[in-house]
Design a protein around this ligand. Sequence first.
Ligand code: SAJ
Length: 434
Amino acid sequence: MNFNKICVIGLGYIGLPTASTFAAHGVNVLGVDVNPAIIDTLNRGEIHIHEPGLRDAVSKAIQSGNFKAALKPEEADAFIIAVPTPFHENKLGEYEGKTYKLADMSAVIAATESILPVLKKGNLVVLESTSPPRTTIELVAPILERSGLKAGTDFYLCYSPERVLPGQIMRELIENARVIGGVTPESAQAGADMYAIFVKGQIIQTDASTAEMVKLMENTYRDVNIAIANEFSRLADKFGVDVWEAISIANLHPRVKILSPGPGVGGHCISVDPWFFVETAPEITPLIYNSRQVNDSQPHFVLDMVQKALGSLQGKKIVALGLAYKPDVDDLRESPAVEVIHLLQKHGAQVQAWEPFKPNAKLPGIVISTSLKDALVDADAILLLVRHTEFLELDPAQVSQWTKARIAIDTINGWNTSAWQNAGFQLVRLGVGK
Ligand code: SAJ
C-alpha cells in the first residue's frame, strides 16, 4: 500500500508529534483538530503544547509544504485518530455499591464520524487513543461501516497504542517498539507498512483487541505494583518498621522487585487507564479496582501522617515541596501532591507550595511561592512531596537558616535522617513506624 497522504485527527501530545514525524519522512500530512485556535497557531508555524523538539519538527514540516492543518479531514490514504479519552465529568458507573469512573468516548466517536464523508475503498484507519477493550471493533468499526464499506474487507482498520514518555516523545515515537492490532491480518499488515515509514523499533502485528489490552495491561500492571508498595508503607508504619529498609532487603530476592511507595499515583496514564478495565468488567476486576482505591487514598495517608506530626493543622503553615505528578517534570495533571495540599487546607493548614519546574503555575486555591526561601520564612513544617533532583540536593543546614520550622516530613524517601537531625530538624518519613 502507498501512503502519499495521511490525515491525523487530534493534534495534541500524540497527534502532533506523529503528524510532524510523518511529514518529515516525506508524507503529505493533513492535521485535523476541532479547535480553530490550534489550526491557526500551527498554520503560522507555531505550536500550542510544550514537548522538546516539537516546535522545530512542526516548523520544518510547514516549511517543507508537507504539513498543513485544517478543521475537517480530506480524502487520504490513511486516517489516524489520536484524540483524548478523558473521564466523564459528572457520570460514574456502579457495581454492587462500588462506584467507578467512566471513559468519555465522545471525542473518538466525533473523530470517527468526521472520516465518514471521505472514507474510500482501500483506505487504512488507525485508532491510537487509549480506549476500553473492544473499542475498535465495537465502537469504531460500526461507525465507519455506515459508509457502506466493510471493515477489514473494503478498508483496513487497526488499533495501535502510543507508549511514549512525555519529554521524550519525538525520540521514543521512532525508537520504541510499536504494536499494531488489525481487525484482520491484512489490516495489521497495512498498519505495519504505514508505521514502518518512520518506526525503527520492532513492529509487532496482532489483533485489535489484543493491542488494546496490551496498552491497558502495561499501565495497570504498574498501578497494581505501586498499590502494594503503598499498602506496605501503611503496614510498616503500623508495625514499627522502616518500609524503605524492608523493601531494599526484600528486593535482594532474585524474583522480587517492589516499587516505591509515595504520596499517590498521578499523571494522565497510570491513574486513568486501569479504570477502562474496571468499567468494562467490574465483576472480574476486584484487584484492579482496589489498587486504584489504595493509590487514590494515599494522599489521605499523608494527611494522617502530617496530623500525627503536627497535631491540629488549624492555622499551621506548611511549605509543600513539589506539585508535579512525578520527578523532574513540569506536568501537574492528576498530581497526588496537589491532592495532598487540598486535604491539608481542608483541615485548616495554610499551605505555600514551591514547584521549580512550573514556578508560574496557576492552580485554584493553591498559593505558589516566588522562591523556596520566601516560602520557608515563617513555616511550621516542610513537606517533601516530589522527588525532584533539586529537592534531594537541598542542604538541611542551609534550609534551617531560612526557616523557623523544625519539622520536615518526607513522603518519598528523599532525605537522610541524620543529616536533617544534625541541622536541628525532626525528620518524619512516610512508611517509617520506628
Ligand atoms: N510512582 C510511584 N512509585 C513508583 C513509580 C511511580 O508512586 O515506584 C508514581 C509516580 O510518582 C507518578 C505515577 O506513579 O505519580 C506514574 O508515573 P510513571 O513514571 O510510573 O508513569 P507515567 O504515567 O509517567 O508513564 C506511563 C509509562 N507506562 C509504564 O511505565 C508502564 C509510559 O511508558 C507510558 O507511555 C505512559 O504511562 C502512557 O502514556 O500511557
